[in-house]
Design a protein around this ligand. Sequence first.
Ligand SMILES: Nc1ncnc2c1ncn2[C@@H]1O[C@H](COP(=O)(O)OP(=O)(O)OP(=O)(O)O)[C@@H](O)[C@H]1O
Ligand SMILES: [Mg+2]
Length: 301
Amino acid sequence: MARVLTVTANPLLDHQSPVRWRAGTVTRSPPFVRLAGGKGINVARVLARHGHQCLAFGLGGGWEAEELARLIAADGVTPCLVRTAARLRLGFQLADGALIEDGFAVSAEEGERLVAAVRAALPGSALLIISGSLPNPGLSALYPALLAAAEDAGVPCWLDSHGVGAAAALGAACRPALAKPNREEYAAAAALWERVPELHITDGARPAWARTAEGCWRVVPPPITELNPIGSGDCWLAGYAHGRLSGWDSATALRYAAAAGAANAARAEVAAIAPAEIAPLLPAVRLEPTDEGPPCRATPC
Ligand SMILES: Nc1ncnc2c1ncn2[C@@H]1O[C@H](COP(=O)(O)OP(=O)(O)OP(=O)(O)O)[C@@H](O)[C@H]1O
Ligand SMILES: [Mg+2]
């Protein structure tokens, strides 16, 4: 099994409650359940469940970061958090919505320490995956620096981000080897995403479109009863990484990625799927070679 590094620049100490928000009064709840939040952490958690050695890099300060590290480790992932002066951001998930802080203050120097920590871990690693947003827009040099470090080390780097972070990464001198926007993220900056050699554009329950070195596919997800689709893109990426790291061709890995995303959407917990939940969905994934280009916002694939 392979060693995989994930980077979550803007992780979250999340809190979950089963109650609904009652506006204008005090909403009482049973004790909150604390969860490690963040897209790269989701990817690492699913890959660890497939037997890979995962190091989850990220930024964060305060006791909140200590607690995040404890939760990451409890999922069988090695936490590698670079400490910041500002405390980590917090989130609260209720039955009918969520309240999350957008980001937190991270200095350029703290960002450089994250790059140095990742650079030191790259030798001997099979893959670097950068996921999610930046904690503040001033950190836009972070993803280009990580891409350059990966290129120096000869380690492929995949990207699943949006907004300022994605724009900086996609405009950088060193490009990611693979990117996975969802259709909305793709439509917001189609020309930039097109710079990436391997592109997967997912669209929830609707067919995904993928261009790999072996061809282009329309990937029809298996039918499931959707419970919570959050993190399905992270599970897609973890499933695809598992396939490629296991030596599968891209079509076989795409099938597994679609089944992993669907298995996640069929569960309430985010990125808590195990291989045994993915396998039964594989036969229902439809993979069709296509000559068509990537979909635009107006035309679902
Ligand atoms: N309701 C669903 N039914 C079947 N498959 C689904 C469903 N939702 C998601 N999937 C699977 O998961 C994949 C990724 O989902 P989606 O496009 O929602 O990712 P995303 O928007 O990047 O999610 P996130 O960023 O929250 O991880 C889809 O291409 C599909 O294979
Ligand atoms: Mg996504």
